[in-house]
Design a protein around this ligand. Structure first.
Ligand code: ADP
Ligand code: MG
Length: 598
């Protein structure tokens, strides 16, 4: 693609130089040939767009001005305009490729084939053909094609392209192996736990592909702007060409000025650089392990002035540990066994704390299990009906209790009677405080929304340095809170995805913890932090602010330079080459500015 453009430019240059030295009639043929070599596609597009009823675009603008230039004998200028334009295009292509490549690095996360082991024999197959339960081998240096669990061997996984995490993770039998990561350790055997289309790789690829297709408001603004702007410029140029000519009789002079006017007013600098700046920003966030789903999301991030955090799994690690058992009327062992058996069916982070509890699985068999998100569960053991969950959950089901836990807790009741609670602790993520502080420093108000009890909520909020704390909230309360704050703030909601989907949906910007491809939350949010590292939030906000600033700089700068050159041109103070150069120069500068976004 680029080679072709380069070749066209070279051929046109040779033709033009020759044309300059060839006398008379032949020279015009050479000029025309040079012109068509570099400009034919522009002319065709310009004319086709005109006839298909589309608004006058920059292709049309170029065509009119170059043909006009030929008419007044300014052959070199005519070719030069097209030449510069193609050079600019070439430059733009290079720049877009460059930022696309950083996204493409992510796109490259899926291996072409998988070595499946069946009955001791190894066969190669497509990732799409791996079935759940298949065992496949991932040799040193190979990528994992589908999500699975290590079946045999000890590996060392480089997960950086899926999670942005730079430290390798060592895995052994029973550990999860996330697709997209590279095994840099010894060969491992993995048992597939998901099909390719449900694996992390496929989800990440899908997100990246969609990201490119969503357009930011500013981008749309440019397109709309060009649609109004171009016809205005054409009309103005006509006026410049016709009116003074009629009055003064100096037709070629004013035609020439009108042409310069036409050339300079081409909005290509903006059309090219704005989408590129957004693309660069998304690429930069991507390299940090944050997937931003489109340029509009990136644009919104820059405007966030309130950050609302979920507690469990977002500010805290979500890895609960049992810290105390307080039984009432039953013995502690029974209480903990019942709770563990009930929680074995839940996927709430609290439930995980009970996975390591040893109890008699043949004796405690949960039946009629059901869970209300952010509240708790109801279940029966034999004929007895149990409730486990927060205090309000039990109260809602007609159970009275006046016990107060000192941290996160699971309250339990059987047949309407309270039988005690189990307290759990969950640690703050190590970088939570620092993250919150950075956000506060940049003028963003911080709040925490949680379903947990007030004691624990206040403690977590204080340790994380959060300004405002709301506890005892149900998932729908969180969504309502965000909705109400939307009128006053541009609220970013950061959640781990458990019970949070509605809140993520109503937030101005929804940010979810990757939880690696597991959740509807990942689908509904605007940005996904692939490695659950919240310290990436201030970094990504900085990226978005830088991107938006670059876009504004480019808009102001291009319009200012163009305005100045247009004025000078209209008064005959600058000639066509200078004008063209100013136009392409602005484009190159704008593109350079857009390109360099760390
Ligand atoms: P957070 O807002 O901190 O993310 P959730 O909204 O997920 O918390 O849950 C709120 C509260 O509901 C928990 O602190 C817990 O007391 C209770 N709860 C929710 N699900 C369960 C469950 N499966 N087992 C026990 N308690 C639960
Ligand atoms: Mg939660």
């Amino acid at each position: 693609m680029n080679k072709k453009t380069l070749l066209r430019i070279a051929v046109a240059l040779v033709l033009t130089v020759t044309a300059v030295f060839v006398p008379g009639r032949y020279s015009i043929i050479l000029f025309a040939a040079a012109y068509l070599t570099v400009g034919a596609d522009v002319v065709v597009t310009g004319v086709r767009n005109l006839f298909s009823g589309q608004a006058l675009d920059e292709n049309f603008l170029m065509t009119v001005s170059t043909v006009a230039a030929f008419c007044i004998g300014e052959n070199i200028e005519a070719v030069a305009i097209m030449l510069f334009y193609q050079v600019g295009e070439l430059f733009q292509k290079y720049a877009v490729d460059r930022s696309r490549r950083s996204v493409a690095e992510l796109m490259d996360i899926c291996p072409e084939s998988v070595t499946v082991v069946k009955n001791g024999e190894m066969t190669e197959c497509d990732p799409e053909d791996v079935e759940i339960g298949d065992i496949f081998v991932v040799k040193t240096g190979e990528r994992i094609a589908v999500d699975g669990v290590v079946f045999d061997g000890n590996g060392l996984l480089d997960t950086s392209s899926v999670t942005g995490e730079s430290l390798p993770v060592s895995v052994s039998v029973g550990d999860t192996a996330v697709s997209g990561s590279i095994n840099i350790g010894d060969p491992i055997y993995i048992k597939a736990a998901a099909r390719y289309e449900n694996s992390t790789v496929a989800k990440v690829l899908e997100l990246v592909e969609n990201a490119a297709s969503k357009k930011a408001k500013t981008e749309r603004f440019i397109t709309r702007f060009a649609r109004v702007y171009t016809p205005c410029v054409v009309i103005l140029a006509l006026i410049i060409a016709v009116l003074p000519s009629v009055i003064t009789g100096e037709i070629s002079k004013w035609l020439y000025r009108a042409i310069i006017f036409l050339v300079v007013s081409c909005p290509c600098a903006l059309v090219v650089s704005v989408p590129m700046a957004f693309f660069g920003g998304i690429g930069s966030a991507c390299r940090k392990g944050v997937l931003i789903k489109g340029s509009d999301c990136l644009e919104k991030l820059a405007k966030v002035n309130m950050a609302a955090f979920d507690k469990t799994g977002t500010l805290t690690t979500g890895k609960f540990k049992i810290s105390g058992v307080f039984s009432r009327g039953v013995d502690e062992d029974t209480l903990i066994s019942l709770t563990a058996a009930a929680e074995s069916l839940s996927n709430h982070p609290i439930a995980e704390a009970f996975l390591s509890v040893k109890y008699d699985k043949s004796k405690f068999i949960p039946e009629n299990y059901s869970e209300v998100g952010g509240m708790g569960i109801s279940v029966s053991f034999g004929k007895d009906k149990y409730f486990f969950g927060r205090k309000e959950w039990l109260e809602k089901n007609g159970i009275t209790l006046d016990d107060k836990a000192l941290s996160t807790a699971v309250y339990a009741a059987v047949n309407g009677e309270y039988i005690g609670h189990i307290e759990l602790i969950d640690e703050l993520k190590p970088n939570a405080f620092e993250t919150v502080q950075k956000l506060s420093e940049s003028g963003i108000k911080t709040v925490m929304l949680t379903g947990d009890n007030q004691v624990q909520a206040l403690r977590t909020a204080k340790n994380a340095g959060i300004e405002e704390c709301h506890s005892g909230m149900l998932p729908q309360d969180k969504a309502e809170y965000i909705e109400n704050s939307n009128s006053e703030y541009n609220t970013m909601f950061v959640g781990d995805g458990i019970n949070d989907a509605p809140t993520l949906a109503v937030a101005y910007v929804g940010v979810s913890m990757g939880s690696l491809g597991s959740d509807s939350a990942v689908e509904i949010s605007d940005a996904v932090i692939m490695n659950d590292d919240i310290s990436k939030i201030p970094e990504v906000i900085a990226v978005s602010k830088r991107t938006v600033r670059k876009v504004k700089e480019n808009i102001v700068f291009s319009l200012a330079v163009k305005g100045a050159v247009l004025l000078l041109g209209a008064f005959g103070l600058v000639g066509a080459p200078a004008a063209v150069f100013a136009d392409v120069g602005v484009m190159v500068l704008a593109v350079l500015n857009a390109m360099f976004n760390k």
